[in-house]
Design a binder for this molecule. Structure first.
Ligand code: NAD
Ligand code: ZN
Length: 347
């Protein structure tokens, strides 16, 4: 039996374990085998590591974690047409069925039968990974291999920023985690201004400024609502991007928005909570939920922003670690003293 290194959720408790497991083999006609080069750590991976309530209810063990990656195609099933051996690829994480009503109406990213790579299937924190052709994205050889692994969360930022239309508009971003930081650069590239960021961690506020935010505020120390009003001549921002998953931040987005404005909500909340829905109604606000990325419009925009150097991931990827140092990466993410953390998996 040929084996590979893989980071496995093996126990129903906090942690992951780096162990040797069997290399996957192609068993279906539409499958593709990829030699993984780089994989980045996402908040979802952290939740699986921490074994939070969501992970307990969702993850079957043992399972290989990870879903953001870049790598090289080394095997293809009989029916695969879109990629060939040697191609440099990444992949969309949402695996659609292809036949449900949503898939058939341009909404594959919210397929009714959707499976998520590394959540419902074995993932990519491994030397080799098997993925269905439908989610593969062929990268330009001009793209750096470790940045290619970060396109999936960049796609979250792109989807969130583009739905409201930000050109020439004032934007409030709540939460400057890796995706919020990317959203700053994407919004700026698409002509937004001023860009105001609210974030509770000083390390990330500093990163927000370095990533091009015009104003950065810490809501635990400052009245961000008042600041937004001052900056926008008492009108409020035209667009708000909720990227923290914190209920106070969503309330701020609703309050600080110009009536008729647009909120794109990406952050995932731990539990349901009340919002003042009459403010949404009487302010004539659009509150737009974001799931994943539009397949594959978002990928075209994200890769264009990278290839044309409109977005610089050097300012977002703060750590590049060998797979063996995976736990250091997870602990960094847990503390929040980092931007994006990328693991180097193979040559
Ligand atoms: P992250 O957890 O690293 O970033 C969230 C940031 O929000 C942190 O820096 C945190 O300090 C900050 N924050 C917390 N409370 C705040 C408050 N009251 N005001 C301002 N900032 C506050 O996460 P990320 O990887 O950047 O992702 C952003 C969010 O999007 C997370 O909630 C994540 O779960 C979610 N997400 C959603 C999708 C989707 O498809 N909808 C996909 C990926 C991630
Ligand atoms: Zn479907």
């Amino acid at each position: 039996m040929a084996t590979m290194k893989a980071l496995v959720k093996s126990e129903q408790a906090r942690g992951l374990s780096l162990r040797r497991v069997e290399i996957p083999t192609i068993t279906e006609d539409h499958e593709v085998l990829v030699k993984v080069k780089y994989a980045s750590i996402c908040g979802t991976d952290l939740h699986i590591y921490q074994w939070n309530e969501w992970a307990k209810n969702r993850i079957n063990t043992p399972q290989i974690s990870g879903h953001e990656f870049s790598g090289e195609v080394i095997g293809v099933g009989k029916a695969v047409k879109g990629v060939q051996i040697g191609d440099f690829v990444s992949a969309e994480t949402h695996i659609p069925c292809g036949y449900c009503r949503l898939c058939r109406t341009g909404n594959m990213h919210i397929c009714r039968n959707m499976k998520i790579l590394g959540v419902d299937t074995d993932g990519v924190f491994a030397e080799y990974a098997k993925v269905p052709e439908v989610v593969l994205w062929k990268n330009s050889p001009a793209l750096s291999q470790h940045f290619a692994s970060v396109q999936e969360p960049l796609g979250n930022a792109v989807f969130t920023v583009t739905t409201g239309g930000v050109a020439g508009r004032s934007v409030l971003i709540t939460g400057a985690g890796p995706i919020g930081l990317m959203a700053i650069q994407v919004a700026k590239a698409l002509g937004a201004g001023p860009i105001i960021v609210s974030e509770v961690k000083d390390y990330r506020l500093d990163m927000a400024a370095k990533n091009g935010a015009d104003y950065v505020f810490n809501p635990t120390k400052e009245d961000v609502f008042r600041k937004v009003k001052d900056i926008t001549n008492e009108e409020g921002v035209e667009v708000a991007l909720e990227m923290s998953g914190n209920e106070k931040a969503l309330a701020l987005c609703i309050d600080a928005l110009l009536p008729s404005g647009h909120i794109s909500a990406l952050g995932v909340f731990d539990k349901p909570f009340p919002i003042d829905i009459n403010k949404v109604i009487f302010k004539n606000i659009t509150l737009y939920g974001i799931t994943g990325r539009k397949m594959f419009e978002t990928w075209y925009i994200a890769s264009s922003l990278l290839l044309n150097k409109r977005v610089d991931l050097n300012k977002i990827v703060t750590h590049l670690l060998p797979l063996e140092e995976w736990e250091k990466g997870f602990l960094l993410m847990e503390q929040g003293n980092c931007g994006k953390v990328v693991l180097k998996i193979g040559e």
